[in-house]
Design a protein around this ligand. Sequence first.
Ligand code: OAD
Length: 246
Amino acid sequence: MTEALAEVAQWLQDARSVLVLTGAGISAESGIPTFRGKDGWWKNHDPMELASPEGFARNPALVWEWYAYRYHLVEKAQPNPGHHAIAHLEERTPAFLLLTQNVDGLHRRAGSKNVHEIHGSIQRMRCTRTGKIYHPTDVPIEPPFPLKTPDGDLLRPDVVWFGETIRMDAAEAVEDFLATHHPDVCLLIGTSALFAYIQSWSLRAKYAGARLVEINAERSTLSGMADAFIQQQAGTALPQLVEALT
Ligand code: OAD
């Protein structure tokens, strides 16, 4: 174990309260492509354009085809050692909150409990007319696309697209956690941290006394602000960290 990892393990060992923020990088080792990585493109389409209300309005069938591809990828995927390590960390930490930007549900499948999905879930669909929620058991995610409700209304994935409002219940959970539990450590894992709310929560935790620890295969916008920047794959670094805890 590197010196930096050993130091972070000590911070986690002493922490009473831990806030974890994750992004697509935590699921990369489960075979789910990240958004901005070179493997993120699908059939020559930029995911940034597909994951938008404009992209859906232009071509709902194409957007549904892409989500169906991702949905089935996620269904076949397994949580990796990084997801499992985060679930173990939760078990041993008195106050713990996990905020993920991922819609894949892999944290829950790994056993994480207090997890909030700020960008929604690929396992749910929403009626564009009534707002009613549907599950793949109600409407199978299979062609023909776009998917419709039994009444013939257009469905969309219940995820947050570019330019849309984030899940307020998840945002409020983080705000409450920051105000009530004053994290000792904030772990930022596998995210390019481009969204203002991710930057804001990380920095607010830090300036309220948390150690800001980043685990990322590459530098992000926040690496320069981190108290420890662990440039490793999450599936390698996280299990080592958790194994070091007594
Ligand atoms: P990105 O694709 O922007 O960033 C993934 C990050 O993970 C990068 O910083 C990589 O360096 C890092 N990474 C890749 N593999 C890794 C590994 N094995 N271990 C650790 N780090 C690794 O994804 P996000 O930051 O999650 O939003 O992007 C945030 C949001 O932008 C997504 O939720 C989605 C996207 O567009 C919406 O759809 C609204």
